[in-house]
Design a protein around this ligand. Structure first.
Ligand code: KIV
Ligand code: ZN
Length: 525
C-alpha cells in the first residue's frame, strides 16, 4: 500500500527501498559530533542532492537550537521529505509540527519505548498505558500532518505479542510508516528478518504502512541487520553518513546503498541514491563533525580502493575486477592528482573546487584562495586531498568568534617549551605567552589564558592529509563541559598551527552550543 503523502510509491512486492537519513538527528547524538546551523544546512543540501528520500533534521523540543535547525532545514530542502522527532507527548508533537510548518513534505516521527526493561525502568509505565499513548500520539501527529512515522523504541527486545498490538494501534491511528528499531544493537540478521516477516503477517492492517529498519552497530551488525530487515519486507532503511550515531553508531548509508547496488543478485532491491556523491558526503560529514573516517572503512575509507601487496597490484593491472567489486568512480572517488601550483589563478581554483564538489560563496572562495596560495608557497605538491582539507577547514571555521591570528613556538629538548599566541576575539587582537609541558601544552595554555574556560580536553589527534614531510596536518580536538562534548578541527602544514586552530575551533563550538542549548527535555533520548 502507499500513502499518498509518502515519498515515492513503494509497493510491497517492489524492490524500491526508501532511504531515511538521520545524520542530523541520531548522527548528531554521537558524543562530540555536534554541528552548527550552517553546517547542518550544508549537509541537508548535499543529502537532498544525494537523493535521500527523508531527512531527519533533528528533535525540535530538545533545545531552541534544535528547533531552529529543523525549521531551517524544512524551509530549505526541495526534494526530500523532512522529518522531526517527537516523544509521545502533546508538547513534543506540537513543537515538532511547528518546526516543520514550512516543509514541502513534513513528516512527524514519534516514538515510545515498548520493551519490558524500558517500560519498567525508563518510562515507569504499565504496558496498557504505553499502548494508549501509541494511539494518542499518532492521532495527534496525524492532526498536524499526513505523513506520520511511529517507532517502537527498543523494538527488538519487545515481547512479540505486545509489539504486534502496538503496531496495529499505530497504523489504526494513522501511522504511514512503522519503524522497529534495534535501539541497542542487539539483534542478529536472521532474527531481524524473521521479526519483520512475523509482524507483517500477524498484524491485520500491516499492508497499510511501510515498515522501516533502524539499526545500531553495537555488535558491528547494523548494516547486515538492515539488509536482513529489508529481506523480511521492510522498505525503508534509517541510516547515517559514515555510520555516525549514538555509541557505536547507526547503519552506514553508503554501505547499505552499495550493498544493494553491487549485490543485486542476492539483494534484489534498489534506492534512488546518486552513489557518485557518496565520497563527497562522507568527507563533508567528517569535516563538519570532526569525526575522522577510519582508513579501512568500507566504501569511503581512504584505503577502500588502495592496493598495496604486489600480488594484488599485479592482478589489478591485468584486470581491475580481480580485486575490485565496484569501481572507485562509482562512489565518486577521484584518483589522487596533482592539482595546481602557486601560479594557478582564481579561475582554475574555482573550477577545481567545483570538480571536488565544493560550491563556495565569493568571500569564502577568496579566503580559501588566499590560503591555497600560502599553502602552495610552503608545500611542493598540492593534491586534491590538500585542497579538500583546506576548504573543509575554511567552511567549518568561517563563522568563528575566536580566530588564530599568529603563533610563535619555542620547542626542543630543553624545556619549558613556550608559545606566543595572538588570537582575534570578536575583532580584538590579544597576545599571550605561555609555557607548557611540550609545545602543544604551551599553546593550549596560551589559549586558556586568552579565552578562559572550564572545559576539559578529551581527545587530541593528528593525522597527515597526504604523504611526505611537508604534508598538511589535520588535527582534531575534543573538549567537554558539563557532560557535553564538542570536536574542533584544524588543518595546516605546521602541526602546531593546526593544533591551535583545532583547539580554537572546538572552543568556538562550545560557545555556540552554550548559546543554543537550554537544558530542557533531553533526558529521554
Ligand atoms: O535507536 C532508536 O530507537 C531511535 C529511535 C528514536 C527511532 O533512534
Ligand atoms: Zn537510533
Amino acid at each position: 500500500m502507499n500513502h499518498p503523502s509518502q515519498p515515492g510509491a513503494v509497493a510491497d512486492n517492489d524492490g524500491r527501498v526508501l532511504i531515511f537519513d538521520t545524520t542530523l538527528r541520531d548522527g548528531e547524538q554521537s558524543p562530540g559530533a555536534s554541528m552548527t546551523l550552517e553546517e547542518k544546512l550544508e549537509v541537508a543540501d548535499l543529502l537532498d542532492q544525494l537523493g535521500v528520500d527523508i531527512i531527519e533534521a533533528g528533535f525540535p523540543i530538545a533545545s531552541p537550537g534544535d528547533f531552529e535547525s529543523v525549521r531551517e532545514v524544512a524551509r530549505r530542502v526541495k526534494n526530500a521529505a523532512v522529518a522531526g522527532l517527537a516523544r509521545a507527548s502533546e508538547k513534543d508533537i506540537d513543537r515538532c509540527a511547528e518546526a516543520l510548518r514550512e516543509a514541502r513534505r513534513p513528516r512527524i516521527h514519534t516514538f515510545i519505548s515498548t520493551s519490558p526493561v524500558h517500560m519498567k525502568y525508563k518510562l515507569q509505565m504499565e504496558p496498557e498505558r504505553v499502548l494508549e499513548m501509541v494511539s494518542a500520539s499518532v492521532t495527534r501527529a496525524r492532526n498536524h500532518v499526513a505523513d506520520v512515522e511511529w517507532s517502537a523504541e527498543d523494538g527488538t527486545r519487545t515481547e512479540l505479542d505486545f509489539l504486534c498490538r502496538c503496531v496495529e494501534a499505530a497504523i489504526k491511528a494513522g501511522a504511514t510508516t512503522i519503524n522497529i528499531p534495534d535501539t541497542v544493537g542487539y539483534i542478529t540478521p536472521g532474527e531481524y528478518e524473521l521479526l519483520f516477516r512475523t509482524v507483517r503477517e500477524r498484524v491485520p492492517n500491516s499492508d497499510k504502512a511501510i515498515f522501516s529498519v533502524h539499526c545500531h552497530d553495537d555488535l558491528g551488525l547494523a548494516v547486515a541487520n538492515s539488509l536482513a530487515g529489508v529481506r523480511g519486507g521492510a522498505r525503508q532503511v534509517e541510516c547515517t553518513i559514515n555510520g555516525i550515531g549514538e555509541r557505536a553508531g547507526n547503519a552506514a548509508l553508503e554501505e547499505v546503498v552499495m550493498s544493494m547496488k553491487t549485490r543485486g543478485d542476492a539483494l534484489p532491491f534498489y534506492t534512488h541514491i546518486d552513489a557518485k556523491l557518496l565520497t563527497r558526503a562522507s568527507k563533508l560529514v567528517s569535516a563538519v563533525t570532526s569525526f575522522p573516517v577510519q582508513y579501512n572503512k568500507a566504501i569511503v575509507g581512504r584505503n577502500a580502493f588502495a592496493h598495496e601487496s604486489g600480488i594484488h597490484q599485479d592482478g589489478m593491472l591485468k584486470n581491475a575486477y580481480t580485486y575490485e567489486i565496484m569501481t572507485p568512480e562509482s562512489v565518486g572517488v577521484s584518483k589522487t592528482s596533482l592539482v595546481m601550483g602557486k601560479h594557478s589563478g582564481r579561475h582554475a581554483f574555482r573550477e577545481k573546487l567545483k570538480e571536488l564538489g565544493y560550491d563556495l560563496g565569493e568571500n569564502a572562495l577568496e579566503d580559501a584562495f588566499n590560503r591555497f596560495k600560502d599553502l602552495a608557497d610552503r608545500k611542493k605538491f598540492v593534491y586534491d586531498e590538500d585542497l579538500a582539507a583546506l576548504v573543509d577547514d575554511e567552511i567549518v571555521n568561517a563563522h568563528d568568534h575566536i580566530k588564530v591570528e599568529a603563533l610563535m613556538v619555542m620547542a626542543g629538548t630543553h624545556g619549558p617549551q613556550s608559545a606566543a599566541l595572538t588570537l582575534d576575539i570578536g575583532g580584538q587582537k590579544l597576545t599571550h605567552q605561555a609555557t607548557g609541558n611540550g609545545p602543544v601544552d604551551a599553546i593550549f595554555n596560551a589559549i586558556k589564558a586568552l579565552a578562559p574556560h572550564e572545559a576539559t580536553l578529551e581527545l587530541f589527534q593528528v593525522h597527515a592529509v597526504t604523504e611526505g614531510t611537508d604534508a598538511q596536518a589535520e588535527v582534531s580536538v575534543r573538549l567537554s563541559e558539563n557532560g557535553k562534548s564538542v570536536t574542533g578541527r584544524g588543518a595546516d602544514p605546521d602541526t602546531l598551527v593546526a593544533s591551535a586552530r583545532a583547539y580554537v575551533s572546538a572552543l568556538n563550538r562550545l560557545i555556540a552550543k552554550r548559546a543554543r542549548t537550554k537544558p530542557e527535555a533531553m533526558q529521554a533520548i
